[in-house]
Design a protein around this ligand. Structure first.
Ligand code: ZN
Length: 307
């Protein structure tokens, strides 16, 4: 039996949040179902930001409720604050991703709070989660952990400090994100080794990379070397940012699965069936560029999944 790695689809949240064309609710659910059938069990299905800020998530409650009812799926949702967490748990959502930026400037712009205010709110979200009649996991997502478009370089010492704070506050998972695609593999390996030491195996550490400068999968390799076994990715690399010229979305789920399986890390995902799911995205977003090399070139002759 080979070692396993977990691939978490975030295209329905990170990918769609920058796309103004409304992706119909039924199509979102068809996308989720199709990925689940391909073996992707962890899917961030929506974001509980105020719908007036991002109309794409006006159907968050409907998507969340339907996802929670899908057998075998481990759905999660992004929550920017306590109000979002309250809306999420009301749907039965079993996993919340609470996002705060390591960069003070980015946090103020993204969630209109200081980092300290977000940390305090994180504690309130953990309390809310523990008060539910069903188990709710809370992930602390550290955005701009490897660089910030506003502040520039980010101090790794501050990332480690916040990792300690979130673990002590009761996080069930820590997610470290290169939100704007600034990271390089050497920096990635160092940071994830340091965060790994801070967390000391108490909770899983997830890595979240954007491929803005073409180093997304190289950073995955570096994070694997540092011991990370949980990765976010977006089908067809969907996403981007209207404020960052040339920005692309997350690393491509299909290519990530190929990389991990090639390295002998079993993901439980059927690559061929996963590539097929792109049709649903293409059908509803005909004007979006779909990224990904495996979808174009196919796996190499003789490629076999990690067994
Ligand atoms: Zn992201």
């Amino acid at each position: 039996m080979s070692e396993t790695a977990t691939v978490r689809e975030v295209g329905l949240r990170d990918g769609l949040q920058m796309i103004s064309t409304f992706f119909p609710t039924d199509a979102k659910l068809a996308w989720i179902r199709a990925e689940l059938e391909a073996g992707v069990k962890d899917i961030e299905v929506c974001s509980f930001v105020p719908p007036k800020n991002i109309p794409q998530f006006a159907d968050a409650v409907a998507v969340a409720e339907a996802s929670v009812a899908m057998p075998g799926l481990r759905p999660s949702a992004l929550v920017p604050n306590l109000k979002g967490a309250q809306r999420a748990v009301a749907t039965g959502m079993p996993e919340l991703h609470f996002v705060l930026s390591v960069s003070e400037e980015h946090n103020l712009r993204n969630v209109q709070r200081t980092v300290q205010q977000s940390v305090d709110e994180f504690r309130a979200v953990v309390e809310l989660a523990r008060a539910q009649s069903f188990p709710v996991r809370v992930s602390g997502a550290l955005a701009t952990a490897l660089g910030c478009t506003i502040a520039g370089p980010v101090d790794p010492g501050r990332v480690v400090e916040l990792a300690h704070i979130l673990v002590e506050a009761g996080a069930d998972e820590l997610s470290v994100a290169d939100t704007v695609g600034y990271a390089n593999p050497a920096q990635t390996r160092r940071l994830f080794e340091e965060v790994g030491r801070a967390v000391a195996g108490r909770i899983p550490v997830a890595a979240h990379f954007h491929d803005t400068r073409g180093l997304g999968l190289a950073n995955v390799y570096a994070a694997v070397e540092a011991g990370v076994r949980l990765f976010d990715a977006s089908l067809a690399g969907l996403g981007g940012c209207p404020y960052a010229p040339g920005a692309s979305g997350n690393i491509v789920t299909e290519d990530l699965v190929f990389l991990l399986e090639s390295m002998g890390l079993s993901t439980g995902i059927d690559l061929g069936r996963l590539v097929e799911v792109r049709r649903i995205v293409a059908q509803h977003l005909p004007d979006e560029t779909l990224y990904g090399q495996i979808a174009k070139a196919g796996p190499p002759k003789g490629f076999a999944r990690a067994a």
